[in-house]
Design a protein around this ligand. Structure first.
Ligand code: JAH
Length: 240
């Protein structure tokens, strides 16, 4: 998988060399290139933003540097139509199903906007040569798309064949929120008693059917309390 990242803060992506994603990069499964948007400006101040047409607070990212960097990325796309991931608080929800779709693509390009966002004509133009996906991680505003891009990359790269050590943990996650499932039940390990708190007896009983029933009930209770939207989807027959 090829990943191009476009940002005015290239250092934000240093953590990609760590952990599981770092191993995927070191092992040649993933090839990441970080592009500094300011390298695609031509003025002495290397300026990437300007005031918004129509007025209002804040600044908007100018389209020209984005056009030039995206043209440059396309020269290395081998005539394919890469996915352009645009992290945005106004995007479509990023779910496990979307992560799965992205993991099946060859080439992902991330636009990490700052300020009030990127001139909308960039997305409009890009929907020709790219498969554009404006994506939101949740209903909150960050200072830019970098942290959202890191989260999306981690969720996608761990799904690539050969990246995760234990493929069974992927199977269990087909029942995770975002793939129509319930929230996870609580987990425990040794010691059986810690700071006066005991592991629930059923988990020590060796009675596998009771363990399964206890976990199912915990999952339902937790999901009902925290994510009633997921309980309803389950009851309509997708999982439970
Ligand atoms: C903020 C560009 N849903 C998470 C998320 C994703 C992106 C942004 N904020 C929140 C963002 C400012 C500029 C992107």
């Amino acid at each position: 998988m090829r990943i191009d990242l476009i940002t005015i803060f290239p250092d934000y992506f240093a953590p990609l060399d760590l952990s599981l994603v770092g191993k995927a990069i070191a092992g040649g499964l993933v090839d990441v290139t970080v592009h500094d948007l300011r390298d695609y400006t031509h003025d002495v101040h290397r300026s990437v933003d300007d005031t918004p047409y129509g007025g209002g607070a804040g600044m908007v990212m100018k389209p020209a540097p984005w056009g030039e960097v995206l043209d440059d990325v396309l020269t290395r796309a081998n005539g394919q139509r890469p996915v352009l991931v645009v992290p945005s608080p106004s995007g479509w929800p990023f779910t496990q199903a979307v992560a799965q779709e992205l993991s099946e693509r060859d080439h992902l390009v991330f636009t990490c906007g700052r300020y009030e966002g990127i001139d909308q004509r960039v997305v409009e133009w890009a929907s020709g040569p790219f498969d554009v996906r404006e994506l939101s991680l949740g209903d909150y505003v960050l200072n830019g798309g970098e942290v959202a891009a890191l989260a999306i990359i981690e969720a996608v790269v761990r799904l690539l064949p050969g990246v995760l050590g234990n493929p069974e943990s992927l199977v269990e996650e087909s029942y995770a929120p975002g793939t129509d499932g319930l929230l996870e039940y609580p987990v425990y390990t040794k010691p059986a008693s810690w700071r006066g708190l005991d592991v629930p007896d059923v988990l020590l009983s060796g009675h596998h059917q009771n363990v399964a029933a206890w976990r199912e009930q915990k999952s339902r209770d937790i999901t009902a309390a925290r994510r009633p939207d997921l309980v309803n989807r389950v009851e309509y027959g997708k999982v439970g």
